[in-house]
Design a protein. Structure first.
Lengths: 167, 180, 384
């Protein structure tokens, strides 16, 4: 489907919801809605054929004081199989909370668990928010922009008795 | 499963296995033999054609006369493995007034060869020498003088003879010694 | 969770005890592919609950991406699955080309060379899968065969790229080196050789009555569950869903080569083996077609990008491809800097991790290794 046609199609599905449409190269559609509209938009996308959740992505934008959360969905059915749609919303950075969509796309549970761990976004209603990759993590979530990788490297080197080379 | 089906399947498996007794052996006596699949060319970057030559990516070879000490290889490697650091070499180098050349730590190098791509002066290459084992980590740090010489022949006892892979549908893949 | 000392200095958490059931921690060990732990609850001989515990090989690839430029990111992004290094690198390169705005400048020859190496990797990776599946079944013959037959393609890949495993061959703008002399002939021979071998694998693994007894009807995944849980790749297709990115959303020049997407309806362990055998056959077909197209093709293989051209405009790009284990995708956000602002690496194994609890339920303990491995879960890829 071309960019124009998929945009028309999605606009038809999300009729009545406040949404902003933008583009992710190459010609993928990104739909930004309000946090409280996420569940409704997700339900409509699922019922119109977007049945395969590809991923959940959270991105930290400290300058705008927000964390952007995108649900990337596709479809395994014939007509929409070449499409990928980004269902996006923004949550405030100091209290990032969002309702889980794992009731709509069961695959979302694991992806939300990862984003919770890496960016500290709390998905309300997801009872599986346990540490996934990191063990005994007490610092700020590592994929936040104010987490400095270099500092961690230097600390680890010091802990293992290695010389910190950088000045 | 019927008994006849079971028996025929089982016999076919045994037949397949037995047929491998007459196939050629695919393994190779390493280190007496070494497969060198690529043509005998040094891995290097050709800026004019925007491509690398086909060679194995092993130990580096540095041309001291061409290196200008521009640090491009060091800058590239810093984000990859941090194996390259520039060191000063005593002597007169007309193209390299400061006399700084890359030294490579093979304890860190990942042999991606992107430093060779970064070199726009045609000074850095890679040879097909992969055997770099040492008893000491410090011995893996190669200075500019070391990487400017071609790799030494391995000791006679384990000298690698070059082998070539022969693909034969009937007798199986196997190796033979290369003529040249 | 409370911890107790197993040996001095080594803490292990106390596993919850459920009525009449025992909770067992398998690992963290190296089940053929990378460190990983599986916590299973068993009732007698049957697994009632399984909980995967990844993270032992977490590298923080996504954070690493934010400190490196688009070229420096290449070597570390192919390390999650070194067997499939070209396959998992592919979407990164496509997304990086989108964001650097050089998509139209990639030469045709480079696109074919990318397909060629990606298919090499698919075959190499599937052979490794067969080897480990065979040894988990106690079938060491196939372990040795497939480990040996992988070498054929790895030697050819070394001839093309200069490295046996981690190629670092794809770069934004094309590929790094051209086809060496004699490569086309050798590849065609290799395809012929491997084709003749596939019959033997089929005989040893699929028609073998003992393998049938072990694997048929074990670890069944229904199509509906597979879609809901977000399964990808051969595991999804073994359950009867025909979803292959190469076919449904062709990238590079996959729409100019002919192949078909094998599917099976059963969704059991055996069908997940059959589908990989079929995919090797299809990949060999693609390799043959691509090599014939490359024979005599002239022209550049790389559009050189350097200096200021490596600075991306602000924007977002997304690319997905079919790697050996399934759909691999990259989502890159750029803020106009030298390095990406955010890179999301989505790997097939991470998506398939959801399948482990579902598949292992009601499976006997003795069958846990074969069912676990049949989804080709690669811990390093899942952890990134």
């Amino acid at each position: 489907m071309s960019r124009g046609r998929i945009e028309g199609f999605i606009k038809g599905i999300l009729d009545g919801l406040e949404a902003v449409y933008s583009e992710v190269k190459p010609a993928r559609l990104k739909v930004t809605v309000k946090p409280e509209d996420m569940a409704e938009a997700a339900r409509r996308l699922l019922s119109s054929g977007f049945d395969h959740l590809h991923s959940v992505v959270a991105t930290d934008f400290p300058r705008d004081h927000r964390i952007e959360v995108s649900y990337i969905v596709g479809s395994v059915e014939g007509k929409l199989a070449d499409e990928v749609v980004f269902l996006t919303t923004s949550v405030p950075r100091d209290s990032p909370e969002l309702d889980t969509l794992s009731g709509i796309w069961p695959a979302a549970g694991l992806h939300e668990r990862e984003q919770w761990e890496m960016l500290g976004v709390v998905f309300r209603g997801n009872d599986d928010l346990r540490p996934l990759f990191l063990e005994d993590w007490r610092d700020i979530p590592p994929l936040r922009k104010d987490y400095v990788l270099k500092r961690w490297v230097d600390e680890e080197r010091e802990r293992h008795g290695l010389k910190v080379e950088r000045a | 499963m019927k008994a006849s089906e079971f028996l025929s399947g089982f016999l076919k498996v045994v037949e397949s296995g037995l047929r491998h007794l007459v196939r050629k052996r695919m393994t190779l006596r390493y280190p007496e033999f070494l497969v060198v699949p690529a043509p005998d060319e040094l891995f290097g970057f050709k800026p004019g054609e925007a491509r690398d030559t086909n060679g194995l990516r092993g130990r580096h070879l540095l041309d001291l006369d061409r290196c200008t000490g521009c640090r491009l290889c060091e800058i590239t490697c810093n984000g990859i493995s941090g194996a390259i650091t520039m060191v000063k070499v005593e002597g007169q180098f007309p193209r390299n007034k400061r006399g700084i050349f890359p030294s490579i730590d093979y304890g860190r190098c990942v042999f991606c060869g992107l430093c060779v791509d970064a070199c726009i002066f045609d000074a850095l290459f890679m040879t097909d020498r992969e055997e770099l084992a040492e008893y000491d980590r410090a011995a893996l740090l190669y200075g500019p003088e070391e990487i400017s010489k071609p790799p030494k022949e391995l000791p006679v006892k384990i000298r690698a003879k070059r082998a070539e892979l022969i693909l034969d549908e009937r007798r199986g893949a196997h190796h033979v010694q290369r003529k040249n | 969770m409370s911890y107790y000392q197993l040996v001095p200095g080594v803490y292990v958490e106390e596993l919850p005890e459920k009525e009449g059931k025992i909770t067992v921690s398998i690992g963290p060990q190296h089940p053929g592919s990378g460190h990983f732990r599986l916590i299973i609850t068993i009732d007698g001989d049957v697994v009632v609950d399984a909980d995967p515990d990844p993270g032992y090989v977490h590298r923080g690839e996504e954070k690493m991406c934010e400190t490196r430029d688009y070229i420096q990111n290449i070597p570390h992004l192919e390390r999650p699955v070194v067997l499939d290094s070209a396959g998992i690198q592919f979407p990164y390169i496509l997304a990086a080309e989108e964001i650097l705005d050089i998509k139209d400048k990639v030469p045709e020859k480079a696109k074919y060379l990318r397909i060629l190496l990606a298919e090499f990797n698919r075959v190499i990776s599937h052979f490794y899968f067969l080897a480990i599946q065979a040894i988990f079944l106690g079938h060491s013959t196939v372990l040795e065969w497939s480990m040996a037959d992988r070498e054929v393609l790895m030697d050819l890949a070394a001839m093309l790229t200069g490295a046996r495993v981690t190629f670092a061959y794809f770069v934004p703008g094309g590929v790094r080196s051209d086809v060496p002399s004699g490569f086309v002939d050798q590849t065609l021979k290799a395809v012929g050789y491997l084709r003749s071998r596939m019959k033997e694998y089929w005989r040893m693994l699929v028609d073998n009555p003992f393998m049938k007894m072990r694997m048929e009807g074990v670890g069944v995944l229904k199509a509906k569950d597979a879609i809901e849980l977000g399964a990808v790749g051969p595991n999804l297709r073994a359950s009867g869903v025909e979803y292959d990115i190469r076919k449904v959303d062709p990238y590079s020049l996959y729409d100019t080569v002919e192949f078909h997407v094998p599917t099976y309806k059963e969704g059991d362990t055996m069908s997940r083996i059959k589908i990989r055998l079929d995919e090797i056959n299809e990949s060999l077909g693609i390799i043959e077609q691509v090599v014939r197209k490359l024979d005599g093709m002239r022209g550049p293989v790389r559009h050189l990008v350097k200096g200021a051209a490596l600075r991306a405009k602000p924007g977002e790009a997304y690319a997905r491809t079919e790697a050996a284990r399934g759909m691999m995708s990259f989502y890159i956000i750029s803020d106009g800097g030298r390095t990406p602002y955010r890179v999301k690496v989505d790997t097939p194994s991470f998506r398939n991790m959801k399948l482990i609890p579902v598949l292992l339920k009601d499976v006997r303990v003795a069958d846990v290794p074969i069912v676990f491995w049949s989804i080709d879960y690669w811990p390093v890829e899942a952890d990134r």
